[in-house]
Design a protein around this ligand. Structure first.
Ligand SMILES: [Zn+2]
Length: 490
């Protein structure tokens, strides 16, 4: 679990920063004449790189809404933020991409390319989207279609980011901690008052309203909890120069504004770089904000009056700034260790699809036959189309789940928009502590409401390509993630 007590101190640990590429570094290790395996095992290495994934051609389709949007300008650039860690035995890569949704196919292709270039096994890579709603469509969703040329570019740039992070591998120290920022997470699902029901697009009454509007007289209380924690993984050189900081917060996104933007995820990366005094670091410091379990969480408090309208990016900057401040407070308490062990496992489980029955398909066809266009104008029409698409789905799908151990820290991943209560349950019950979950990872299998939330209804439960897994899926996914965490217990 921890470093051996009697470790030979490698010369690379002392003196000035070593920025040699990994191959050169390993050559230097072997050139010392001591038992090379022992030394290689003993030195903890880290390398980071942010690969640009901003599209080269504009305008581009931007998904995340019912209607497609074509966007022709860039507010801030998009990146695949890569962190490679190596304990001498296990080398693994974490990649967080400024994108709304990325398919299993794209991530798998990027893993193949990256593995070919670096030798890191494909099952030692965690790749996830941040869920910014201001990025090019990378997955067919509602009325949005990706540009195949952009998908190829995205795959290549993710792989290139890992390759460059490997090039930057150098001796490093690593630590982790947990901060808090409760002021920016709100459960967006509100229970309706007794006697109030809302018909869903399928004509079935529900008891929850998602994004109900500020001080809506029909709502009583949030339908679930929030997770105010910010998990932090900090990597620095032996001399204390920041190399990378990965944070994890359970907030869906903030912006959804027309120009392309990495939303608060990207702004956090900039802010934390400034706060850590890492702006001039060489190789460049990489700040990373991953999305936690935010399927039902957003940045709006519907229990209070509507806030005064701000400039589009003002709230993004504000949230990023507050989170960076909270991270900085927690960062001061982090103990960076010279060496920790790494381990990673992944498992695929098969889950059922909530297939529409023949009556539902007939109803959907009737709705679409009456649609006047252009495009699908109403929610009923959009969900009718989703019903027809899902009627062609396989009845069962494979879902990839992962767990990583970094020292005592546990990181779980799921290809879903996981609800906060599932993330909290994982933190509570994980064999590794602290622990957190990265959502939207290694593919996309939609929202993941708990069985209880399915009973309540509301947007996240309505059957579509963004919500189709069986009602018990969250229970099965949580159980598997806990099992994987347990397997990794040192
Ligand atoms: Zn979402």
């Amino acid at each position: 679990m921890t470093a051996p007590d009697l470790r030979p101190v490698h010369p690379l640990r002392r003196g000035h920063a070593v920025l040699a590429p990994a191959c050169l570094l390993m050559g230097m290790l072997f050139a010392t004449g001591s038992a090379p395996q022992v030394l290689a095992k003993d030195v903890f290495l880290a390398g980071a790189f942010a690969a640009d994934i901003t599209p080269k051609h504009l305008p581009v389709s931007v998904n995340g809404g019912f209607q497609d949007r074509m966007v022709g300008s860039v507010h801030d650039r998009l990146h695949a933020r890569c962190l490679v860690l190596d304990d001498g035995k296990t080398r693994l890569a974490l990649v967080i991409c400024d994108s709304c949704l990325i398919t299993r196919e794209i991530f798998d292709a990027a893993k193949r390319l990256a593995s070919k270039a670096t030798g890191i096994p494909e099952d030692k890579m965690l790749m996830a989207a941040t869920h910014t709603h201001s990025a090019p469509t990378a997955m067919t969703m509602a009325e949005s279609q990706p540009d195949p040329a952009y998908l190829k570019y995205l795959e290549a740039q993710i792989a290139e980011g890992i390759r460059r992070a490997v090039d930057n591998l150098a001796p490093a120290r690593i630590g982790w901690g947990v901060g808090r920022e409760p002021a920016h997470v709100f459960n967006r699902r509100w229970k309706l008052k007794p006697g109030v029901e809302v018909l869903d697009p399928f004509g079935i009454p529900g008891h929850v309203s998602t994004n109900p509007g500020f001080l809506n007289p029909d709502i009583s209380e949030p339908a679930g909890p929030v997770d105010p924690e910010i998990a932090i993984l900090s990597v620095q050189s032996p001399e204390g120069r920041p190399i990378a900081l990965l944070a994890n917060y359970s907030l869906h996104y903030v912006g959804e504004v027309p120009p392309l933007s990495a939303d608060y995820f990207g702004q956090f990366a900039t802010r934390i770089e400034q706060r850590l005094g890492a702006a001039a670091a060489d190789p460049p410091f990489v700040g990373i904000m991953s999305n936690g379990t935010s399927g039902d969480i957003n940045n709006r408090n519907y229990g209070a009056p509507a806030p005064v309208r701000k400039e589009p990016f003002e709230q993004i900057w504000h949230v990023a700034d507050r989170i960076a401040s909270a991270v900085l407070v927690a960062h001061k308490r982090i103990v960076h260790r010279d060496w920790v062990s790494l381990a990673m496992v992944e498992k695929e489980i098969e889950l059922g699809v909530r297939m529409p029955d023949s009556q539902e398909v007939t109803r959907a066809k009737e709705i679409l036959a009456k649609a006047k266009g252009p495009g699908l104008r109403s929610q009923a029409e959009s969900y009718a189309r989703e019903t027809l698409v899902l009627s062609e789905f396989p009845p069962r799908v494979n879902v990839k789940l992962q767990a990583i151990r970094i020292g005592d820290l546990g990181i779980a991943s799921a290809p879903c928009e996981v609800f906060a209560e599932t993330g909290l349950a994982l933190k509570e019950r994980s064999a590794l502590r602290p622990a957190f979950t990265i959502g939207l990872a290694n593919g996309y299998n939609g929202y993941l409401p708990t069985p209880e939330q399915h009973q309540l209804g509301g947007y996240e439960t309505w059957r579509a390509r963004w919500s189709y897994l069986e009602v018990e899926a969250s229970t099965k996914i949580l159980a598997t993630l806990l099992e994987l965490m347990n397997q990794l217990r040192p």
